[in-house]
Design a protein. Structure first.
Length: 60
């Protein structure tokens, strides 16, 4: 549970960084890469939320 909570926070920070990268990107390739990272990190956050719920643990 602790690992899932910590990784959730880690991924939330990753979303923030990728969103900033997407906004500041100078090329379409970088914007697309950053957007993909946002999507991937968000997907993993959702997975970890489900895993925490299965363990009757809050996301914190």
């Amino acid at each position: 549970v602790l690992y899932l909570r910590l990784m959730t926070e880690h991924h939330r920070a990753g979303v923030d960084m990728a969103e900033a990268g997407e906004e500041m990107a100078g090329t379409k390739e970088i914007r697309d890469l950053a957007a993909g990272m946002v999507e991937g990190q968000a997907s993993e956050i959702n997975l970890m939320a489900r895993m925490l719920a299965e363990r009757d643990a809050a996301t914190g």
